[in-house]
Design a binder for this molecule. Sequence first.
Ligand code: C2E
Ligand code: MG
Ligand code: MG
Ligand code: MG
Length: 289
Amino acid sequence: RAKLDGRNRFVMYTDAIRNEHEDGVALETELRDAIRRGEFELHFQPIYNPRSGTATMAEALLRWQHPRRGMISPAVFIPLAERTGLITVLGSWVLGEAIRSALSWPRSVGVSVNVSARQFDHGHDIVGVVEALLRMSGIEPHRLTIEITESSLIDDPDHVVSRLVALRALGVRIALDDFGTGYSSLSYLAHLPIDTIKIDQAFTQELGTSRKADSLMNAIAQLAHDLKLRLIVEGVETQEQLTVIEKHAVHGIQGYIFAQPMTAEDLLPMIGDRVATGRMGSTRSRSGS
Ligand code: C2E
Ligand code: MG
Ligand code: MG
Ligand code: MG
């Protein structure tokens, strides 16, 4: 009996692996065709300035609208695109599309684009891609922010830093995304050619519930201030979190409390408006605007 159970379990196990594997391969093939078929779409999530209560920026978030599988999360297909090397093609498409959308917004509103570690590979000229897109679109370079994560810096930090320096020389801004999750060594932060740090949502979740997180928030805000970096807090969902955040000099707030990622069409009427709640009232009156 025990033996039979064991064998059955083994058969089920190999089937599961095979299915998972075949699914991965199928997805990979479909990924190759998806750009051509126009299955990718950018959604945008506004980032609000706590002083003015208006959106000063929107983050582009990639969506794959699969004809049969439905919406596939970037958490699934970005790693796949990275493994297959398709991320460079896809990433260039995202940059172009994000800039194109931003051209229909007020000039005071910027666009922030996630860039994968592989887009800094030696074989891919990201600086050339961005330079060409800036020239063709005519967008003011400072309106474009490129979001990187610490993982981009692991393999060949000198090379990536040189690319970031070149991007900044074009006038583009650089943000360090997901700050507070990785191996954030505070000592290297001072040497990175970046303009902004974005506090990760996992960290934001702790705000207002743990004293430790609140005092860390204090330390990060102080650090950002000393290093002359802009500070954006993402993943803000609750009033408790917002109350803690508003005590600090924060330049941008992003999260479901104000807006979810949405289509470019839905974003358009929102970006001129102030946040339609009294939530930011205290901050607004403090800044006197
Ligand atoms: P990210 O860059 O850190 O983006 C923020 C993620 O948090 C987004 O998930 C966003 O929808 C979600 N989010 C925003 N506000 C809240 C909130 O209040 N609560 C919670 N729980 N979540 C919130 P999304 O769109 O699923 O993207 C996941 C990740 O996929 C992104 O994390 C980014 O790392 C990656 N990604 C998305 N688009 C692209 C892209 O075009 N290129 C690359 N390389 N990566 C991308
Ligand atoms: Mg991001
Ligand atoms: Mg993030
Ligand atoms: Mg993230």
